[in-house]
Design a protein around this ligand. Sequence first.
Ligand code: SAM
Length: 319
Amino acid sequence: MVQVIDNRTRRPGQEGRPAPGRGPATFTAFGLAAEAQPIAAGLYVVATPIGNLGDISLRALQILAAADAVLAEDTRVTRTLLAHYGITTPLVSYHEHSNEAVRERMIHRIREGQALALVSDAGTPLVSDPGYRLVEAAIAEGLPVVPLPGASAALAALVVSGLPTDRFFFEGFLPARSAARKTRLAELADIPGTLVLYEAPHRLAESLADAAAVLGPRAATVARELTKLYETVRRGTLAELAAAYAEEPQPKGEIVLLIAPATAETREAETRATMDDKLREAMKQHSVKDAAALVAGETGLPKRDVYARALALSKEALG
Ligand code: SAM
């Protein structure tokens, strides 16, 4: 059996004690067994796969095996993962509704010298998943908080999106209702990086249509079922993707939606799209010339263009 030593392995005299009543901590991978040495007390934030069970680090397996308990969002989901790797660490439920009393119990266990591993159903805990308050509580108590990096749908999707990766903004889930969603999208419009959004399949077509209406003709990517059997990555403008998903049967599975940042061209197209509405409104109270001057000032579009458009609209209105 291979023995695995981590930078968190307990050293002689180090605070903490071996898990009571448990034999050596082991895990298996590729049919090989490994023994994980006891680890120091602390809260270990462990990323797990987002689909393909192979996407977990050896170090994560070692920590999950050596921890005194694994705090899981849904113990049934995590039991499957642990069983796959022959890990028998006890599971404790920790989810978004876990209250202060539960957190205090966890903090107490760490203070007593235990190592607790926090996982979510998939990917990196705390990323649109529970755990923030527990990490906050552990830090407030001066306890070690240790990251075990790994899969996250946001980054997996970003790197295959074909959209700019130098700067990006993780938004997570947009509001479920269209009006609130549009308001939020308008707030995100000027962010100078790729927007990364998590989306439910039954809302995808509607969200794409809202995004097209608010953000204009930007490039976008829909990344679905990453690392799984039916992994699909689809690219196009927001309007193209909105039209495609509006016609097709509702997509199944898990989805990340990514939207390119505004460019000078998309900004101008957006502004032009709203120019007509603004002109019609202004011409209710002002002459064509004054309305054009007002809208040109507001939008930053060339006065001559706005005036020409205002003239055309007023002729249209006269019949
Ligand atoms: N903590 C997770 C992470 O690090 O990716 C995210 C948890 S969040 C509750 C779940 C959402 O992540 C899904 O609704 C979907 O938007 C996205 N997601 C998770 N797994 C995915 C996958 N395999 N492919 C595409 N999106 C995924």
